[in-house]
Design a protein around this ligand. Structure first.
Ligand code: ATP
Length: 220
């Protein structure tokens, strides 16, 4: 049975495909932030991006393979199964209904995703629903000076240094954490595969096997 007072990590992404940068972020967030578990939430049909010939169901299947065997990881298929694209704020509202108002929820984002947060639908509402934990990512500084003004203001006000603070409220804080720096991106993997080059050791073999057997990422 999960311990309902432990902060729950929520890790959304396109995962096109999932790779070791994602896996280390999720794994290291558990220890750094004292999370009970991490729920992975692959995006459904992202409005502005994605690889048309790789379906959301296939991206979900790759995440399921990647996290298999890790008892602290689970996957939430709701965004993939939804008919329309889901916004993060809507997903958090759904999870709040499921979890109640007490349990700390922690939205995990890389530094690049965080820098774009103020473009997300109803982004200010996110803080009433979850904390945000920002992991360092090569090439993307986590500095107030590099953020848009309105996000920098929220960051300055909500930031706290000690991850134990995540247990003191159910939502509303921003914490940063340093993870093993892995300059891996899904874009790089897609390019390698499209050029017939090896992507081995950038992502799990189980995911590469799936990619091979479904002939994914060949034509772009
Ligand atoms: P793409 O290259 O297609 O943009 P991506 O590799 O950035 O994809 P996403 O699915 O867009 O992967 O990322 C999901 C989340 O994981 C985001 O919050 C992103 O910042 C984070 N992330 C992705 N790769 C890394 C990495 N190497 N190190 C730290 N965080 C990462």
């Amino acid at each position: 049975m999960p311990n309902l007072s432990e902060p729950l990590g929520l890790f959304g992404g396109t995962f096109d495909p999932v790779h070791f940068g994602h896996l280390r972020l999720a794994e290291e967030s558990i220890a750094h932030l004292g999370l009970g578990e991490v729920r992975w939430i692959p995006a459904g049909q992202p409005p502005h991006r994605g690889t048309p010939e790789v379906t959301a169901v296939q991206r979900l299947a790759m995440v399921q393979r990647a996290i298999a065997g890790n008892a602290r990881f689970s996957v939430d298929p709701a965004e993939v199964e939804a008919a329309a694209p889901s916004y993060t704020v809507q997903t958090l509202q759904r999870l709040r209904k499921e979890m109640g108002l007490e349990r700390p929820l922690v939205l995990l984002v890389g530094a690049d995703a965080f820098a774009g947060l103020s473009t997300w639908f109803q982004w200010r509402d996110l803080f009433a629903l979850a904390h945000i934990a920002v992991s360092h990512r090569p090439g993307f500084p986590v500095e107030i000076a590099s953020l848009p003004d309105e996000l920098a203001a929220e960051f300055a006000q909500r930031r706290f240094d000690d991850a134990r603070g995540l247990r003191q409220a159910a939502s509303g804080g921003i914490v940063t954490f340093a993870m093993t720096q892995l300059a891996i991106s899904a874009t790089q993997i897609r390019k390698l595969l499209a050029n017939g080059l090896s992507a081995r050791y950038l992502l799990p073999d189980s995911v590469l096997d799936y990619i091979d057997s479904h002939h994914l990422y060949k034509n772009h």
